[in-house]
Write a protein that binds this ligand. Structure first.
Ligand code: F6P
Length: 495
């Protein structure tokens, strides 16, 4: 076990009652192993930490049971059950309209400032509403009147109010993982009022950055005409106090550091370098999503190859793209554009002995990702907009030799924390091309001092810190409850 969660969870449990987590995706997935179906934990530091809390303390996790068939409940971990997942069944039409539709073709593009990709369809909204009801009903069966609930992300904005109902004793926390857009953008949403009122059923609403919390407050003021207190970061709403705050999500630094320190990692990293050939290796790793700036990155790399021919034969960009939301049209179109662009760059610059881009369209377990991060001289993390971006932090945590260079978009939430990265505007193709050259020719001492500071920042605000600070603030905020829980700085200090 990475660290002992028990003391602070005990305090929180005493104040708020047992914890229920609600999210769109479940922490365990149904997989077939040797012909036998079993539930396995999904990859990701965030899920691991939340799973750790649930395993120590018991409780319930409510989530969409994708591929779970008719199974409604599963006790996990399967080999030694500690808590229960309530699985919600969605019909194909619900998946199309609630998940692919309202979540991924309305709230996702809107929150990432891609208004031209928003499809404001009534059938999407109706399904979103009814699936949120479905989650609320699933939660309510067997729920206790005094407990704390932690709801995750933009798929479930209506849930806090639906669950709250008349129940003032419940302690409800909501974490918004993606950017919250500025008020003039948010106001475009035809169902803006419903979404805000839904969220305001919470006691605490957490965002990645203080700027996102401010955008939310401004939207509440503009849309609902409800006064907000920007100093205290609170809203008095329907006789309750709703608090907002910034809690930048971290990674499991220790785990990445340990994986990177394993001697087999060094061997594998060297092997990757040998296989791609040449002197310099750049890495990009993203879900295949238009917000990630993969296409713009490729264009910048192409421009770099045009401008700096001295690197021909000596550099490779290894792009990992994890298949994502593959049934959503925008993602299919993007995939084609990326395939074409990579084809063009490869055809234009390759020689018999050298291929300038390697493209891996698949998901990797973290034990393999760490090999790529350790192998690369620089990581290109250049989203057009991102709530946080954990890949940037994973790259840093993998650089145990304090070397390597992080090229980071100013539009990633991570840029607010990783100030020693080389910060770029991913839309500025010319500048990004020059930045690649700058990073590859940067002195070792500059890389080292930057990386040391970056590693400190990632280590200090890791996923355990995130989880603890959110839950402790929830305990302090919950209606009518005063707590002596000590130790963690209040999130308002984060900007
Ligand atoms: O970062 C936002 C988010 O929705 C996460 O909650 C999720 O893990 C990720 O994007 C992947 O998206 P999806 O769940 O649609 O595959």
């Amino acid at each position: 076990m990475a660290f002992d969660l028990m003391p602070f969870m005990r305090d929180i449990k005493d104040i708020n009652g047992p914890l229920t987590i609600i999210s769109n995706r479940a922490p365990y997935e149904l997989r077939k192993r040797a012909g036998k179906a079993t539930y396995e934990k999904t990859v990701g530091g965030l899920v691991s930490v939340l799973d750790e809390i649930m395993c120590q303390d018991g409780g319930t996790w409510v989530a969409w049971g994708e591929a779970a068939g008719t199974v409604e409940r599963v006790s996990v971990p399967v080999e030694d059950p500690k808590y229960t997942i309530k699985l919600i069944q969605l019909s194909d039409q619900e998946v199309r309209n609630y998940y692919q539709g309202f979540s991924n073709r309305v709230l996702w593009p809107l929150s990432h400032y891609f208004l031209d990709r928003c499809h404001f369809r009534t059938e999407y909204w109706k399904a979103y509403e009814s699936v949120n009801y479905k989650f609320a009903r699933a939660y309510a069966s067997g729920a206790r009147s005094q407990e704390s609930i932690w709801i995750h992300d933009f798929h479930l904005t209506l849930l806090p109010s639906l669950i709250r109902g008349e129940n003032r004793d419940l302690s409800i926390g909501f974490f918004w993982h993606i950017p919250f857009p500025s008020a003039p953008v948010f106001r475009v949403l035809p169902w803006r009022e419903e979404v805000l009122r839904g969220l305001l059923g919470s006691d605490l609403i957490g965002f990645q950055l203080h700027a996102h919390a401010e955008n939310f407050l401004q939207s509440v003021e503009d849309v609902l005409k409800v006064p907000v207190d920007r100093e205290k970061l609170i809203i008095e709403y329907e006789g309750r106090t709703v608090r907002v705050g910034a809690f930048p999500v971290g990674i499991d630094y220790k785990r990445w550091n340990t994986l990177a320190s394993n001697p087999t990692n060094e061997e594998k990293a060297l092997q990757i370098r040998r296989e791609v050939g040449g002197k310099y290796l750049l890495v990009g790793a993203d879900r295949l999503d238009y917000t990630k700036g993969i296409l713009e990155r490729l264009l910048a790399y192409e421009r770099f190859l045009e401008k700096y021919p001295e690197y021909h034969g000596n550099v490779c960009l290894l792009q990992i793209a994890v298949p994502s939301r593959t049934r959503v049209e925008e993602y299919m179109i993007l995939k084609r554009s990326i395939d074409e662009t990579i084809g063009r760059i490869t055809g234009r610059f390759s020689t018999r002995k050298w291929v300038p881009v390697r493209y891996l369209y698949k998901a990797f377990p973290i034990e393999e990702l760490v090999n790529y991060y350790s192998a690369a001289d620089a990581a290109m993390i250049t989203p057009l907009r991102d709530g946080m971006n954990l890949v940037a932090k994973e790259y840093v945590a993998s650089r145990i030799g304090d070397n390597g260079c992080l090229i980071l978009s100013e539009f990633a939430g991570a840029a607010g924390i990783l100030k020693d990265a080389v910060i770029v505007n991913p839309y500025n193709i010319e500048d990004l091309a020059d930045t690649i050259h700058r990073c590859l020719s940067m002195s070792e001492s500059e890389k080292q001092s930057r990386m040391q500071r970056l590693r400190r920042a990632v280590k200090e605000n890791d996923v355990h810190w995130w989880c603890q600070s959110f839950l402790q603030t929830l305990a302090q905020t919950s209606q009518g409850r005063k707590t002596e829980v000590a130790g963690i700085n209040p999130p308002t200090s984060l900007t």
